[in-house]
Design a protein around this ligand. Structure first.
Ligand code: COA
Length: 254
């Protein structure tokens, strides 16, 4: 079975992360498949809404660490950047259903979604600093905007998880629901949107986002350069080595 499933029905394309044995961590091939699905949804006039979802126990553990180290993203044409660009520029409504851990890009991708439904077991985290890295997906811009600077610093510098109720309070999610219902509730909202005039939704989204899109792209490019450089530096090497060896990292020398 594929690690990324796509299904189109009644004007809704659903993209499902389907790699449960690795906690839906995302490989370059998976980013590529999601970027292709988004491009297809953008071009297909019969698709009016896209839903991103995982499993009721886990949304995503973020980048697949082994794959990431073997195939670090090289430039803006790499699958991860194509995916990030795709969600940031997607013109039609983009929804997400999130349950369980949503680590790294599992959280940062949500800042580009229009509606987010969270299971009450959702745990959001952006532990880039703990990995010797910096934020991605324009989260260094979007997180302070949404959470306010001090809560953003807590999320991005301490990198500790915050739960669904806290995400609801800051406006990252629209509703907190039982995990077994999250995907269904997102589907119901998507069907409702799919019955509305697409041109009016696209124009409304364009107007809401237009002041921001250039900034988002610039921030992603800036983050991308730093992220790629930092991947080869001692702090990230220690963090990823520790993950692979299942030990605590020692940052005392970096
Ligand atoms: N990359 C690669 N493999 C991963 C992974 C990732 N991001 N996240 C989990 N896995 C693997 C684990 O190594 C484990 O493999 P094993 O069965 O061979 O030991 C398997 O998936 C199950 O993960 P496990 O940690 O046992 O599950 P859990 O339910 O206890 O915890 C998480 C789930 C998501 C909280 C935890 O796996 C985690 O913190 N993962 C790392 C997240 C991370 O740092 N992501 C940022 C990447 S930039």
């Amino acid at each position: 079975m594929s690690d990324i499933l796509t299904h189109a029905e009644a004007g809704v394309m659903t993209i499902t992360l389907n790699r449960l044995d690795r906690k839906n961590s995302i490989t370059a091939a998976m980013y590529g498949a999601m970027a292709d699905a988004l491009a297809a949804a953008e071009a297909d006039t019969s698709i009016r809404v896209v839903v991103l979802q995982g499993h009721e126990t886990v949304f995503s553990a973020g980048n697949d660490i082994g794959d990431f180290l073997n195939k670090p993203p090289a430039g803006m044409d790499s699958p991860v950047f194509r995916f990030l660009h795709g969600i940031a520029m997607f013109t039609k409504p983009l929804l997400a259903a999130v349950c369980g851990p949503a680590v790294g890009v599992g959280t940062t991708m949500l800042f580009h979604c229009d509606l987010v439904y969270a299971g009450d077991n959702a745990a959001f985290s952006m532990p880039f600093v703990n990995l010797g890295l910096c934020p991605e997906a324009a989260s260094s811009l979007l997180v302070p905007q949404m959470l306010g600077y001090h809560r953003a610093a807590e999320a991005l510098l301490l990198g500790e998880p915050f739960m669904a109720e806290a995400a609801l309070e800051v406006g990252l999610v629209n509703r907190v629901v039982p995990p077994t219902e999250a995907n269904g509730i997102a589907q119901a909202a998507a069907r409702k949107l799919a019955a509305k005039p697409l041109s009016a939704m696209v124009e409304t989204k364009r107007l809401m986002k237009k002041g921001q899109q250039q900034l988002v792209l610039q921030q992603m490019a800036d983050e991308g350069k730093s992220f790629s450089r930092m991947l080869g530096e001692p702090a990230a090497k220690e963090a990823f080595g520790a993950f692979m060896e299942k030990r605590k990292p020692d940052f005392s020398k970096v």
